[in-house]
Write a new protein. Structure first.
Length: 249
């Protein structure tokens, strides 16, 4: 007795309908997945800024209250151990030049960037420090400061997210507002356009706290009501209460 086995087969229309349903479900799920990924990256980035701030406080505690400077270079060429990232490595943060190695100074939301040798550019930090607060020996205009020079530490911006090519900054437009909407700007100079209103940059302050801030939240919280970080939180004008490295030599 012969038995015939019947196989159910999809018609072309049924197949197309199935594909359409899968495509619709994917279009509904992908934005949610992307938002979840962006949120996780933002949290990881915020954790980095808190770690940097904790390391900076430890540096000050062991350096007679001096805030970590941008660097200790003075016409000596580049030496990462004398850069602020290198100075803070002694206090619990990790810096790495390798692509596949973890580093406290990288934000996972920022695409990887390499130089010709395959290593991270400059000091391999996606975060900048406030040059008015930290000081630099490359010019007598920027002074080093002690924590005691600050009247309002919760307002004094120690640093924030930026880009690899900017190791220090002097105004809020130098920040990169890459979270919660992204930042279209390639020019982060003072003359650049403001970032999108709802986009967020992670910022860390001299009282030890770090938070995600929009551009307008930062400038509205400033006592100067402008983009410049020059006098934020200082007891006096920044150049009256600090000291340059040249004066220490």
């Amino acid at each position: 007795m012969n038995r015939r086995i019947h196989f159910a087969a999809f018609s072309l229309i049924e197949l197309l309908i199935t594909i359409m349903i899968i495509a619709i479900l994917a279009s509904l799920l992908l934005p949610s997945l992307q938002k979840a990924k962006d949120k996780a990256n933002s949290i990881s980035c915020l954790s980095n800024t808190k770690s940097i701030m904790t390391a900076s406080i430890s540096y000050s505690d062991s350096s007679d209250g001096w805030i970590v400077p941008i660097d200790f270079r003075w016409n000596e060429g580049y030496d990462q151990s004398r850069h602020w990232t290198g100075l803070l490595m002694h206090y619990g943060v990790k810096w790495s030049a390798g692509r596949n190695e973890t580093s406290t100074f990288r934000c996972p939301s920022q695409p990887l960037m390499q130089n010709n040798e395959g290593y991270w550019n400059n000091a391999s930090s996606i975060y900048l420090l406030n040059v008015y607060l930290c000081g630099s020996p490359r010019t007598s205009y920027f002074y080093m400061h002690k924590q005691s020079d600050l009247r309002r530490p919760s307002e004094a911006v120690h640093g924030a997210e930026s880009v690899y090519t900017m190791e220090h900054g002097n105004n809020v437009k130098n920040f990169k507002f890459r979270h919660s909407g992204g930042d279209f700007r390639t020019d982060l100079s003072y003359s650049s356009l403001p970032p999108p209103a709802k986009s967020i940059a992670n910022v860390f302050f001299m009282d030890g706290h770090a938070a995600g801030k929009t551009f307008y939240a930062i400038i509205n919280g400033s006592s100067k009501q402008d983009f410049c970080l020059q006098d934020q939180g200082f007891a006096e004008s920044y150049n009256k209460c600090g000291i340059s490295l040249k004066e220490l030599e």
